[in-house]
Design a protein around this ligand. Sequence first.
Ligand code: FMN
Length: 347
Amino acid sequence: MKSILKKLRRKQRRFVGSDLPRLLSKNVLLAKLYYLLFSRAFDRELRSVLAGRDAYITQLSSEAANATLLTRNIHRLEKGLLMRPRRDTFAAGFITETVTAFSKLVKRPQTCTPDQLRWFADVLREYFTATAQSQHPVIERQRQRFVTLVVEEELDEVRKVPYKRTQRVNISFEDFAKLSYQRRSVRWFLEQPVPRTLIDRAISVASQSPSACNRQPFRYVIIDDPAKIAKAVELPMGTRGYAHSIQSFIVCVGNLSAYFHERDRHLIYIDASLANMALMYSLEVLGLSSVPINWPDIEPRERMMQDFLGLKDYERPIMCMGVGYPDPEGMVAYSQKKDLDQLRVYA
Ligand SMILES: Cc1cc2nc3c(=O)[nH]c(=O)nc-3n(C[C@H](O)[C@H](O)[C@H](O)COP(=O)(O)O)c2cc1C
């Protein structure tokens, strides 16, 4: 009897695990049916994306300042300003929304940094100067509103508007290549605390990475208290065997409330990953080393991390990182990379 049950269970597992996906992946409706009836794998993502959309809409319709929306729109204005040739009239379709968002932010300047506020103000000022000839009624109306919002121009400061880059950095390709060959995932660290100043310096560099519409929809949570590290390193699955060696643990958390459209849901991963690479290189040149650690989308672990960090429903861990001073006695994997010919094709 037991062996018959075992056989049946194995058959059922095979059916749900491989035969069903083959059958139901033929079209979207069937695929949805599969994930409705047989798998919970996308539940967290669905809910987070929707929670993000809700938070975005709520912010938009409330008096709360939405620095993310403003960042995106200011970025769009900057693109209009640097367009060749520049048009006399542009951004008429979203300048009202932009000035509205700016006016909310001026009332609550604590929701952004002084540098951000200056950038918003400087670009808007530049925009209204550039479109002065347009006589467009919408732009004119917003110009009138903008001048009443008075954010004083710091005349002695560099204005935060599009500019021509005249300098090149003096880092040779060879030096940069050396850095990329030197960086390896390090899993053995000296028992030595990592100064917060170094982590901060590395993150400041990472913050210069590109992100879609400059929204930077992520943040870093750094755990460097030994008791907390001991708990945190157990949350992802990939730290077995070396978890105890990690001196500082970073969780990169994505923020889905930056988006109205579901189509943008992958940007948290793309933008954060671009920054994370810069972060790892920065750590390396500061004498530290790191190991990127996968964050598995598994509901019980998601819940544990959410509780541990107090994350909102629209926030999602992107990946973790172990950091420390590399133990010279510890080995790193050789990690042979793919050949150029395997990686690229000129189409
Ligand atoms: C997204 C991502 C997730 C990773 N997750 C883990 C992990 O959970 N545990 C681990 O030991 N290494 C992890 N790594 C490190 C990879 O194993 C490593 O980058 C790869 O083998 C190449 O080696 P290298 O980093 O030394 O070049 C991860 C790397 C990335 C980029």
